[in-house]
Design a protein around this ligand. Structure first.
Ligand code: GLU
Length: 368
């Protein structure tokens, strides 16, 4: 097999990789990961780092929660201190390799409009063009619970798609996705996932990260979605020496789960739409005919005639969920009418297009 060559790579480093068992920041591990990223950089690759660990390193610095503080306040406090500590370390470690890194803090809301999204993209493009490695994290000290990214796995997927990366490497403290609970005998590592393979969440033990928010279910969901957008994804163990180069070079001696990229490239607008679920202002419920048409191979827009019910109050051009007859949300799209007009036209023929194909993102499993 021809060795793949990735030009722009997003490396996501999880809190569990950067934390020692007592919760303090593992600077030795961090230094080894920076060495690996520096080698990629000096080989001419463009690298974006998405790093967790702010809350964990703040907690390590300040000790356990002050009993007078509620959970949200202590998280804000840990993140404020921990992020400063984290980026300081990255800055010094990269500087030892003659590389400058810069901090990009974001919130889910900063990606909610197309303008904000493009602004964020521009910032990272400018950094890359200037030879600066972006080190991205959620701005945890100001992210509100209901408006947070599910975790940094979701954020890394959005960044990889936004920046047209060719590969996303998600580093955690296990070797990849297993077909059951890895602590049980007989459980095997899934080495490769093809775009047409179904959702893996049924096989995965629902364990959460010890020091971060993520878990293997969200990792594999993000990985599938990103791979379906045409980007190769690897989930691997960040505690193994030389892991980043090993997975990117296709070294089969090294365990990891590789999600093969689908042979398609989404437009910039579709990528933004794909990243905007969670921002939906309402929903359109569709009938069986529309469901079958959307599942089909042809590029199909959603027409009012295929809609049975409209939920929520939204304006024209806002993002809404698309809900199948069985009640499952199957995608999101930018709607061309406000909720009053959409409800008035639901079920009617010849009332124009409700969600144009170019402004619609459907769950990858829908067409598989
Ligand atoms: N952004 C969080 C941090 O840096 C981690 C979120 C996650 O665990 O995915 O601490």
């Amino acid at each position: 097999m021809k060795k793949p060559s990735y030009g722009r790579i997003v490396v996501k480093i999880g809190s569990n990789v950067l934390s020692r068992p007592d919760g303090t920041l593992d600077v030795t591990r961090m230094s080894s990961l920076v060495d690996q990223i520096a080698a990629l950089y000096h080989a001419g690759k463009e690298v974006i780092v998405v790093s967790s660990g702010a809350v964990a390193s703040g907690r390590g610095e300040l000790g356990q929660k002050d009993s007078k503080l509620d959970t949200v306040s202590s998280r804000q406090l840990f993140a404020a201190v921990g992020q400063a500590k984290l980026i300081n370390r990255y800055y010094d470690l990269f500087r030892d390799w003659g590389i400058t890194c810069g901090q990009v803090l974001t919130t889910k809301e900063s990606l909610s409009t197309r303008e904000h999204y493009l602004n964020q993209k521009n910032c990272m493009q400018v950094m890359l063009r200037s030879g600066v490695i972006p080190v991205v994290n959620e701005n945890d000290s100001i992210s509100l619970t209901g408006l947070m990214f599910t975790d940094n796995d979701e954020l890394s997927g959005i960044i990889a798609a936004m920046m047209d990366a060719s590969a996303l490497v998600i580093l955690t403290n296990v070797d990849g996705v297993y077909d059951g609970d890895p602590s049980k005998p007989g459980c095997k590592l899934i080495r490769e996932v093809a775009p047409a393979d179904g959702d893996l969440s049924g096989h995965i033990a629902p364990n959460r990260s010890q020091f971060g928010r993520g878990g293997m279910i969200t990792k594999s969901r993000t990985a599938r979605r990103v791979a379906c957008e045409g980007i190769e994804v690897f989930i691997a163990n960040g505690k193994r020496e030389g892991i980043i180069a090993a997975v990117l070079n296709g070294n089969t001696d090294v365990p990891c789960t590789r999600f093969l990229a689908a042979d398609r490239r989404l437009s910039g607008v579709k990528k933004w739409i794909a990243s905007s679920d969670g921002f939906s202002k309402g929903a359109v419920h569709i009938n069986d005919g529309a469901y079958e048409a959307l599942r089909g191979p042809a590029a199909t827009s959603l027409l009012p005639v295929g809609v049975t019910r409209v939920e929520g109050g939204f304006d024209k051009d806002e993002i809404v969920d698309i809900v199948a007859p069985d009640g499952k949300t199957i995608g999101v799209g930018r709607i061309s009418m406000n909720s009053t007009d959409a409800a008035k036209n639901a079920g009617c023929k010849g009332a124009g297009t409700l969600i144009h194909y170019d402004y619609m993102f459907l769950e990858p499993s829908l067409n598989s």
